[in-house]
Design a protein around this ligand. Structure first.
Ligand SMILES: Nc1ncnc2c1ncn2[C@@H]1O[C@H](COP(=O)(O)OP(=O)(O)OP(=O)(O)O)[C@@H](O)[C@H]1O
Length: 543
């Protein structure tokens, strides 16, 4: 157990603490607080804030992290300790910090001194230090960060302890003197003694046993049950005569549904310990039925500064056991890798989902365009019957006018049309109409793709027939025997629905590629952007 290193605090100025406080405030709703926000909250120019942050990072009061989505700063445990100590110093509660005198599951206990050099104990609450380090649980915690950040939980744990300490001390229970609470630090009087687990000899074992049982009963008369009344939470004065309760994290009311269970467990704990350690057994011990309630300490505690909401949050954190985010900086590399792998897996899954063509994912503009196309298609389909009848007429006319043989021609079609005006107009109109139909059908929606595709192919064939028939007719009229010229078509051999799908996929692929920038790459871009902002801001200033 070492000394609390407060050396860096000597060299810190008001602005350093302002920046620390800005990060603390930012962390209420940010996992990582961006530089811009810190500068804005602290009211210090961004360049100066950057410099201060550099100093704080060097002293490990602040951490800088490059997150997946954004970069920023977070307060370290030491940074939070410094903030609390600074506030306690300015309140003239603490004047010095010394050695660590105790270490609990959820706290570090240091000896300190007030400005008059009287001893005080500083208990720094650190929730979830030793257990519950599984990644899954941590992830779960991150998802619920908004209500159980380690800052918040440590703070309410300290507040709870201080409220209980105060209430018990006022009622003359043997507890350390409560001095003050700030953030996650409780300041209390020093108990000059040893924890019961470290006491090997007692001047009067029976008397101590009675005192402990009497203490349990007295608490019950006041309406509360300790809940964790064991050798680790009890201190014995140096002369071995007076017990002092130092910790009561699970104190419950005697109206609690499981109150008898907690009460009996406390009693049994003391009995077992005395039998094991001092070989002392006593047939007399208090029973839950013997309790006569006289006071309402439980009600007073409920009405103290520690609200019900805080109690629920704290209990949830204890139950879930996932409140060790502050240990992230101690997290092993393996765990980091696992985290990243899992994140990547999640991203890949998301990506795979997006790969599937889903019109619902397109933006409004695209949806509107598709709807418009649908309308057009409806109109087209309503004219379908007219088109069919027209086509039939054209086909019969063609049969009448064409011969079986197809003849060759060197000239192009427009040049080869010395037909009479009526015939020329008829063919021209038929071809133009067919081409128009083909163009409309190409734009038609894919909802009825089967039917429209069939029609489309049919129309293409008809048009080709019309064109070649026009050529044949012309050649016959000229009395020349020619071969059918190679026909041309404006229609594509790929179905329009396929083309549309491919275009849509192409669009999404381009979008997806843009989204792929992540990790370091993304962080570098963000860094560059921030630098650009800073440069812009300082334009015209000499450094
Ligand atoms: N007021 C005090 N005076 C002297 N020593 C203290 C005081 N408070 C705590 N300690 C020392 O610090 C140690 C840890 O304190 P405490 O039990 O309150 O922490 P904790 O985190 O609640 O521990 P746990 O949950 O493991 O019981 C104690 O065993 C004791 O040695």
């Amino acid at each position: 157990m070492g000394k609390f290193d407060v050396t860096a605090m000597r060299y810190m100025e008001g602005e350093h603490f302002r920046v620390l406080m800005a990060i603390e405030m930012g962390m209420k709703n940010h996992e990582l607080v961006p530089l811009q926000l810190i500068a804005a909250v602290a009211g210090i120019h961004r360049g100066a804030t950057n410099k201060i942050l550099g100093h704080l990072i060097k002293n490990r009061l602040v951490g800088y992290e490059r997150g997946k989505r954004y970069d920023g700063y977070r307060l370290t445990v030491l940074g939070y300790d410094y903030l609390a100590l600074r506030a306690l110093c300015s309140r003239d509660i603490v004047g010095s910090v010394g050695n660590q005198i105790g270490i609990g599951k959820e706290s570090d206990v240091f000896i300190g001194g007030d400005p008059d050099r009287n001893d005080v104990v500083l208990k720094f609450h650190r929730l979830g230090r030793t257990c519950f380090r599984k990644i899954k649980e941590k992830r779960d915690y991150h998802k619920r960060r908004h209500y159980c950040s380690w800052l918040y939980l440590s703070r309410i744990a300290a507040l709870k302890e201080f409220c209980f300490l105060k209430a018990l001390h006022e009622r003359k229970f043997p507890v350390p003197k409560p001095v003050d609470v700030c953030r996650h630090v409780v300041v209390m009087g020093l108990v000059d003694g040893l924890t019961l687990c470290h006491v090997d000899e007692l001047p009067n074992i029976g008397e101590m046993y009675d005192k402990l049982m009497a203490l349990i009963m007295r608490l019950a008369r006041y309406g509360v049950i300790h809940g964790d009344f064991n050798e680790f939470n009890l201190m014995i004065s140096k002369d071995g005569t007076d017990p002092v309760m130092i910790d009561f994290p699970q104190m419950v009311s005697i109206d609690h549904p499981n109150a008898d269970f907690y009460f009996n467990r406390d009693v049994q704990c003391v009995r077992d310990y005395f039998r094991r350690k001092f070989n002392f057994e006593c047939p007399d011990y208090p029973k839950f039925e013997d309790i006569e309630r006289r006071y309402t300490l439980d009600v007073d505690l409920a009405a103290s500064g520690f609200t019900k909401e805080m109690a629920v949050d704290l209990l949830q954190a204890y139950d879930k056991g996932n409140f060790d985010a502050h240990l992230e900086d101690e997290k092993s590399e393996d765990e980091d890798e696992e985290d990243e792998e899992e994140d990547e897996e999640e991203e890949q899954k998301e990506q795979a989902k997006k790969d599937d063509f889903n019109p619902a994912e397109y933006d409004n503009e695209e949806l509107e365009a598709i709807a418009e196309e649908g309308e057009e298609q409806k109109q087209t389909l309503s004219r379908e019957s007219r088109f069919k009848s027209w086509l039939e007429t054209a086909q019969t006319q063609l049969k009448e006018t064409t011969t079986a043989d197809h003849l060759d021609a060197k000239e192009t079609l427009p040049e080869l049309l010395p037909m009479d005006d009526e015939q020329q107009a008829k063919y021209k109109a038929a071809i133009a109409e067919t081409e128009k139909r083909l163009a409309e059908m190409a734009l038609a929606n894919e909802d009825d793709e089967d039917s429209s595709d069939g029609e489309y192919e049919k129309a293409t064939a008809d048009k080709d027939e019309l064109t070649s028939a026009a050529g044949d007719h012309h050649r016959l009229m000229r009395g020349k025997v020619t071969q059918a010229r190679s026909v041309y078509s404006t229609g594509s051999t790929i179905a329009p629905s396929d083309i549309r799908k491919r275009l849509m996929k192409e669009k999404t692929r381009v979008k997806k590629e843009k989204m792929k920038a992540k990790g370091n790459q993304c962080a570098i871009q963000r860094g560059r952007k921030t630098n650009q902002d800073v440069i812009k801001e300082y334009a015209g200033w000499a450094f």
